[in-house]
Structure formats: C-alpha cells, structure tokens
Design a protein around this ligand. Structure first.
Ligand SMILES: [Zn+2]
Length: 279
C-alpha cells in the first residue's frame, strides 16, 4: 500500500531521519505496512517553512510548502518578499498553508484576508498550487470570504486544495465546481463529524487527498494524543470503508491525485523494505 501524507508539520524536535523512522515504526504499530511513503512538510510561517524545506531535503520522497497560516497572519510583517528564497527550490511543491480562520482568530480577519490575497498572488507568480485553510464559527463567513478570493485566483489560472475540510457538503460542491481538491484528516473518524464523512463519501475520487495535519487531530483511537504521518493509514482505512473500496485501492487513487496536484508524477520512489522499519 502506498501512502502520501499531503499535509503535516515538522516541529524539529527530532532530526528528519529520526522522525521518518518514528513515522514508519508507528505505522507498523497501527497495523499499516506502506510500500512507499511520500510526504509534504507544510510551513505555516517563515520559520516553519524553513524547517519544512530542511526536512524535505533530508529524507526520501518528500516535498515542502511555504506560506503563512491565518493564525500567524497577525504576527506576519507583511513582507512577502522574504519568501523569495523558496521560489526556485526544486522540492517546493505548493504555497501554503494560507487562508482564513474565523474560528480561533476572528479578531484578525482583516489582516488574514490581506495576507491570504498576497500569497495567492505569489502562488500565481510561482505557478504553484495553493494549500488553503478555511474555518469559521458555523456562520460560513470564512467560507464566503475565502471563496470570493479563490474565484479570482482560479480565473487567473490558479489551482488549490482546501485542506482539513470541516464544512458542509454544499461547501464541498462549490470547491469542486472551482476545480479544487479536498483534504480529509483524522477528523473523519470523530463521532460528531457527520459532515466530513458525508463529503468523504460523495467526493469524486479524483479530487480526494489524504492528510494527517499532524501534530494536531490524531484519529480515533489516538484522539488527543500527538499525531504524526504514521497514522495516515488509519485515516485511509476509515475513508475506504466509507467509500466501499479496499484500502489499497483508495490509497492508490489518493496518491495519484496528490502527485498530480503537486506536480510530482513520475518521480522514482524508494520502495520500503523490512529493514526500513524499526518495529
Ligand atoms: Zn496545517
């Protein structure tokens, strides 16, 4: 089974090689034996983008993304030109994460919109897809504001994913109409996440991405504990069951979607062997 975690955050506490070993060990512990492991390390601010780049260059089959998360928008200087150092990196796959979060930080909405719009422009200039975070307090405000910016982005030729999808099926339909991809996290295993399960069920197969968004949002039965990409197989198993397909079929589709989205089709991957796993 192939795995592609399209969204995780690297804290830098363990070295990249140690962290990757931990991922593989934990995957085994969770009953999953991946044949290949692809990762996208995501930056939510400048320093985390630097760390994501370091991680991607240190381990096999990893790419990275650079951006400013809406929760970090307020602390951002507004000087997007400092991100120019990432522009020509061969492992830079996307701009992100970016977006609007009116759930945790509604008081900074105006600055969030400004930063989001600035980075969408950058994604167009760099010809990279955008990884977008949209979350609100159930009033659809972040979604409406975000979709208005994304419509403009798409009409200028931009491509995007709404990662860690938490909205209704109506949101999902609008994202799909704009050509967007949808990222499903371990939240799909949470008891109250009927809306996410509905989307995971109805989503066209060619728009589905899988992600852990670790270290947050560990899937059941690890909810509340530290998350990591080793749990991706649990999310995949859950989504496969919802969609009535085998886990290997689901993973194959999700991996090929991920490679298409990030423009990394055809690269040669490391086939994992028993000795790659500590477990
Ligand atoms: Zn994230």
């Amino acid at each position: 089974m192939q795995l592609f975690d399209t969204h995780f955050h690297y804290s830098g506490e363990a070295s990249p090689a140690e962290y990757r070993s931990k991922i593989l060990t934990e995957a085994l512990g969770a009953g999953v034996f991946p044949s290949t492991l692809e990762l996208n390390a995501v930056g939510g601010d400048f320093l985390e983008s630097l760390r994501a780049r370091e991680f991607a260059h240190a381990v096999p089959d990893c790419i990275f993304s650079a951006g400013v998360h809406p929760g970090s928008a307020e602390g951002f200087s507004g000087d997007i030109s400092e991100f120019e150092i990432f522009r020509n990196d061969p492992l830079l796959a996307a701009v992100g994460e970016l977006g609007l979060d009116y759930y945790y930080t509604p008081e900074t909405a105006e600055k969030q919109r400004k930063v989001f719009a600035g980075f969408l422009k950058l994604a167009l200039e760099w010809n990279k897809p955008a990884i977008v975070h949209l979350r609100d307090q159930g009033d659809d405000a972040a979604f409406r504001d975000g979709m208005a910016l994304l419509e403009e982005f798409v009409s200028s030729g931009g491509r995007f994913e709404v990662h860690c999808f938490t909205g209704s099926w109506e949101w999902a339909e609008k994202i799909l109409e704009l050509g967007g991809y949808i990222g499903i996290t371990g939240m799909v295993t949470f008891r109250k996440a009927g809306n996410i399960r509905e989307t995971a069920h109805r989503l066209p197969a060619d728009r589905l991405l899988l992600e852990t968004d670790s270290p947050y949002l560990a899937p059941i039965p690890y909810r509340g504990k530290e998350n990591h990409p080793g749990y991706l197989g649990l999310i995949a198993a859950h989504v496969a069951e919802i969609r009535g397909v085998s886990i290997s079929e689901l993973c194959q589709i999700a991996c090929s979607n991920s490679r298409r989205f990030f423009g990394v089709e055809g690269r040669e991957l490391q086939t994992l062997k028993k000795e790659d796993f500590y477990g």
